[in-house]
Design a protein around this ligand. Structure first.
Ligand code: FES
Length: 145
């Protein structure tokens, strides 16, 4: 178990580790969790909120069990990102920013995931899926990818 001293000794970068650990346990970073983390890190809540808001993988609102982060940047757009979004909508009935009624999936747009050579890409959990097309989305959602 990390202590506040551990985090403060590692500087601001430790904030992400702390938030990710809390998010893994609680699903997202509520205002209460953010305040708790700020106390652990000995940081102002507003500063930590900026970090949390900037970092794509920290969720400040409740999300589904599986979060699909669909790259929304130029290379993915040029190489078929829209087809992925359309197939996700056909299969799950959710648009960017929405969660399925059963709470299984949330679809979120994100800026470049740093894998442009594999565009179009999406991230589910911590797994990056690249060179996807609509059929690939089907396989992914069927659990076969
Ligand atoms: S533009 Fe999509 S990964 Fe870079």
């Amino acid at each position: 178990m990390l202590t506040g001293e551990d985090f403060s000794a590692r500087g601001p970068a430790a904030a992400i580790d702390c938030l990710r650990a809390l998010q893994k346990e609680r699903g997202y970073i509520s205002d209460e969790t953010l305040a708790e983390a700020a106390a652990i890190l000995q940081m102002p809540v507003a500063v930590l909120d900026e970090v949390a808001t900037f970092y794509n993988l920290i969720f400040r609102e409740p999300v589904g069990k599986n979060v699909i982060l669909l790259c929304d940047s130029a290379v993915c757009w040029m190489l078929g990102r829209e087809a992925l979004q359309s197939r996700i909508f056909e299969r799950l009935g959710i648009a960017p920013g929405e969660t399925t009624a059963d709470g299984q999936y949330t679809l979120l747009p994100v800026v470049c995931l740093g894998a442009c050579d594999r565009a179009p890409v999406l991230l589910v959990g911590e797994t990056l899926h690249g060179h996807l097309d609509a059929a690939g989305v089907n396989k992914l959602l069927d659990g076969a990818a």
